[in-house]
Structures are given as structure tokens and as C-alpha cells.
Design a protein around this ligand. Structure first.
Ligand SMILES: [Zn+2]
Length: 149
């Protein structure tokens, strides 16, 4: 698992890479910060993470990360569409090419990995199995969790 740690004021502290089952109490991030990780009751009975190891919050949400390539593909499709509108290129094969590129982009987006993020500190935990009970980000819950800040 890879943890992108943030402090309670959400400033980035760097990341740590942990092997499966490795639960160190202290860790040094790639940015040189010493961090304390709280694994007490962090996992449920099935071994899924249910609490943030950085701040101990039980309010976590699943987040699908958008790969950078999808932004590039979007710009490419917009440029191709603009070229088509201006009459620079045309034809059925051009439309098929755009459709294939869009299809590939959607596949990349759908198959991109999810991470588990903390509502409270925005620490991101990647390369883990995420329990089904973790929902996607919810504005109301975010407001409730962070109303004290
Ligand atoms: Zn947290």
C-alpha cells in the first residue's frame, strides 16, 4: 500500500510505501517528515482499512483517480473535432478514429484504480482492497465531518 500523507491542516507530508501486513508506528516520508501512524482499530474483521492511519478518522471515501492520459486524450479529441468543424479533415474514417479514441479513454477511466481518502485530513491510501461499505465522496458528509474546522 502507498499512503500519501497529509497533516490535519491538509498540507502534504509526502508518501510512504508499505508492504502487505506492514504496520509501522513511525515512518519517514519521501519528503523527510517523521510521521506517527495509528493502526489501532484501523482494519475491520476482513482486513480492509476502515480508519485513517494518519489521523484516526473513520470517515473515509473511495475516489477514482483520473489518469493524466485522459486529459491529453480529451485535448486531442477537441483538436480533432475543431479540425473537422473547420473542414481541414473529414470522412467516415476520421469519425471512426475519434470514436475509437473516445472509447479507449472511457475504458482507461473506468478501469483506473480507486484510492481510499480521508474526509478529515485528505490522506490518500492507494493500492489496497477497498471495503464495499466505503462510499464515494459526499458533500454533505464532508461538511458534517469538517464543520469543526
Ligand atoms: Zn485522516
Amino acid at each position: 500500500m502507498r499512503i500519501l500523507l497529509r497533516s490535519l491542516d491538509r498540507s502534504p507530508l509526502g508518501q510512504v510505501e508499505l508492504a502487505d501486513g506492514d504496520r509501522p508506528i513511525r515512518a519517514k516520508t519521501d519528503l523527510g517528515h517523521d510521521v506517527i501512524l495509528d493502526w489501532e482499530a484501523a482494519h475491520d474483521d476482513d482486513g480492509h482499512l476502515r480508519r485513517c492511519p494518519a489521523c484516526g478518522s473513520a470517515d473515509l471515501y473511495r475516489h477514482r483517480r483520473v489518469p493524466q492520459i485522459t486529459g491529453f486524450i480529451l485535448v486531442l479529441v477537441l483538436a480533432m473535432t475543431l479540425a473537422s468543424i473547420l473542414g481541414l479533415v473529414s470522412g467516415l474514417s476520421f469519425l471512426i478514429a475519434i470514436a475509437i479514441i473516445i472509447l479507449i479513454d472511457v475504458c482507461i477511466l473506468v478501469l483506473s484504480p480507486e484510492s481510499l481518502e480521508c474526509y478529515r485530513c485528505r490522506t490518500s491510501i492507494r493500492n489496497i482492497r477497498i471495503a464495499a461499505y466505503h462510499q464515494k465522496w459526499n458533500r454533505e458528509r464532508d461538511r458534517t465531518v469538517n464543520s469543526g474546522n
